[in-house]
Design a protein around this ligand. Structure first.
Ligand code: FES
Length: 273
């Protein structure tokens, strides 16, 4: 039995078995570049999303029913009248509470516990390890066997909540095909629909979804429908990292466009109505 395995059985902690070299790494390439880009990408999204979540205005365009995903579902009495697509369940909020308080924590938790994002921030933020063949600064490694990282295992439940929120975003996108004279659509609809399609692809490419549709089966041949679903999910699952980054970008783009139109900075480019 190897030493790390024996250590883990006894303590739940892996002892590092490093090459006995003085240098932190023998790599001469720019191994830190992916880490740097990951940090910059996360920082951009977190700063933007935090500012907008607490902004409290310019989130809804009443003429065309555009509602930014950062404020959906808007179910507080503080939400502007038309933005309450699902009614008013909650009282008025103080200014410092985000209007999408019932969905934002779950969306955040879904992304935070996502298998891809874990890999990204374990490397870029916790440096555990920062790259292949680069020593990490920590003296021991316990993986996800202890609190708080053992909580990552609840990701499978956040997947179901994310599906519900994607349904809500889909409804928001469909109801936005309106104009003051009836049916209509413009560039805002194109952006809202593209965003929701990409959100669905990201959500359904989740590793938990792959397990839900095809896991725990002994014989695929006896479950042709689930096998077909599993193969489809597997195809988009191969690019899960790509969908994770694309949807961060489309969320910012969608919110930014709605903010510009809602604040009167630009007019929506209308095709019909
Ligand atoms: S693994 Fe990334 S969303 Fe589930």
């Amino acid at each position: 039995m190897s030493a790390p395995t024996a250590d883990r059985k006894a303590t739940g902690v892996f002892s590092p078995s490093r090459a006995q070299i003085q240098q932190r790494t023998l790599r001469t390439d720019r191994w830190w570049m992916p880490t740097l880009w990951t940090d910059l990408g996360f920082a951009t999204f977190i700063i933007y999303a935090t500012v907008r979540a607490f902004w409290g205005s310019a989130y809804y365009v009443p003429e065309y029913h555009y509602l930014t995903p950062f404020y959906s579902p808007c179910v507080s009495a503080s939400c502007v009248e038309g933005a309450r697509h699902f009614g008013t369940w909650l009282p008025e909020f103080p200014r410092w509470i985000p209007l999408a308080i019932i969905s934002l924590p779950f969306l955040l938790a879904f992304r935070l516990t996502c298998y891809y994002y874990r890999k990204a921030y374990y490397r870029s933020v916790w440096q555990s390890p920062p790259a292949c063949a680069v020593a990490e600064p920590h003296s021991a490694y316990s993986g996800e066997t202890r609190f708080p990282l053992i909580m990552q295992n609840v990701h499978r439940y956040f997947f179901f909540v994310a599906c519900i929120i994607s349904i809500i975003n889909t409804y928001d996108a469909i109801i936005a095909f309106q104009s003051p004279s009836g049916f209509g659509f413009g560039l805002g609809n194109v952006i809202l629909v593209a965003n929701v399609i990409l959100l669905w692809i990201y959500t359904l490419s989740c590793h938990s979804c792959r397990h839900v549709v095809g896991g725990r089966l002994k014989h695929f041949s006896k479950h042709p429908v689930r096998y077909w679903m599993w193969t489809q999910v597997s195809k988009i699952n191969e690019r899960h990292m790509m969908w994770a980054w694309i949807t961060l970008g489309t969320l910012i783009l969608t919110d930014f466009y709605v903010m510009l139109v809602a604040s009167g900075t630009i007019s929506d480019l209308r095709f019909v109505g």
